[in-house]
Design a protein around this ligand. Structure first.
Ligand SMILES: [Zn+2]
Ligand SMILES: [Zn+2]
Length: 304
């Protein structure tokens, strides 16, 4: 008898953890870079120094990349397990003998190779994963094999890692929007157990703001519905939900829902809220802000 059989939900949760860990690594690298260069902005960080910083970050970024592959593999296995977990353990010729004579734990079985997962998925699940995903998955697998089996795995940029995570999330972990997931993860993080959740909104705003800077306009639209051609504003809900003790600069991620001049409905994809704002010039003449809510300018956050 085969025992300890993981459920589809077990696979999904384990896969999500890997992908989230990859996200944390990528975001920490971007934050480290921002922090390290912040005070040097006046002198401008030379290009070689930036290149060197990312060269030295390769072990971390390669690790993040491997985690994404592993997370995707688990998610695919989870989908197959929802049909039947026995599909995952392949040919009975390879099964351990104790399965028939006594008990064998699922973990003792050799499971399907990553290379076969999409084929098996598409043979038993509708709708099938499309060709774009197949090409993407093959690439991620090959890159990950390069990391595992070669001393020179190539170069991973933070942009590649971020895009790969978001593409994986878009196809395999899309049951809730990624920003909402990040907020949940923050509120359930190890720091939360010690009572530190004050910075949850700050962290997610920072992460999404940094991620968008790594994306092309088309990708920002696809993954977050963010339009690079439109002006962005500080979301008043996110601002007041955040810890304002230490942060001066706020990502401008909220946008008007229509392009009509004088539009007043401002939508934020991070908190998924729409705010009705007043269209008026900011009292600070140096600021070009033209949207006010909750007593602050949504461009410079100064009190009005
Ligand atoms: Zn918001
Ligand atoms: Zn202003």
């Amino acid at each position: 008898m085969i025992v300890d059989i993981p459920t589809a939900a077990d696979f999904y949760a384990a896969g999500l953890k890997q992908v989230h860990l990859a996200w944390q690594i990528a975001m920490q690298s971007l934050r480290d870079y921002d922090d390290a260069t912040y005070y040097k902005l006046a002198y401008e960080t030379p290009e070689e120094a930036t290149a060197d910083f990312w060269r030295r970050s390769q072990p971390l970024l390669a690790n993040a990349y491997s985690l994404i592959q592993h997370g995707m593999e688990l998610a695919l296995k989870g989908r197959i397990a929802a049909v039947t977990p026995y599909l995952l353990i392949g040919d009975p010729k390879d099964w351990p003998n104790n399965a028939a004579n006594g008990t064998a734990s699922f973990g003792e079985f050799r499971t399907l190779d990553a290379v076969d997962l999409v084929k098996v998925h598409n043979s038993v699940i509708a709708p099938p994963l499309d060709n774009d995903f197949k090409v993407f998955w093959d690439q991620v697998r090959r890159d990950r094999n390069r990391i595992m089996h070669s001393a020179e795995p190539g170069t991973f940029t933070p942009a590649e890692v971020v895009k790969t995570i978001l593409t994986a999330v878009d196809v395999l972990f899309h049951d809730i929007p990624w920003p909402r997931r990040l907020l949940q993860m923050e509120y359930e993080s190890k720091f939360a157990s010690l009572g530190f959740v004050d910075d949850a909104q700050n962290n997610v705003l920072f992460e999404i703001g940094s991620a968008i800077r790594q994306l092309t306009p088309a990708e920002a639209k696809r993954f977050f519905g963010f339009d690079n051609d439109l002006r962005g504003y500080v979301c008043p809900y996110c601002y007041f939900a955040a810890n304002r003790d230490w942060q001066d600069e706020w990502p401008h991620l909220a946008q008007f829902t229509t392009k009509t001049p004088g539009a007043t409905s401002l939508y934020c994809f991070v908190c998924e809220r729409t705010t009705e704002v007043e269209r008026a010039a900011c009292l600070d003449e140096a600021c070009k802000g033209d949207a006010i809510a909750e007593g602050i300018c949504l461009t410079c956050t100064r009190l009005q």
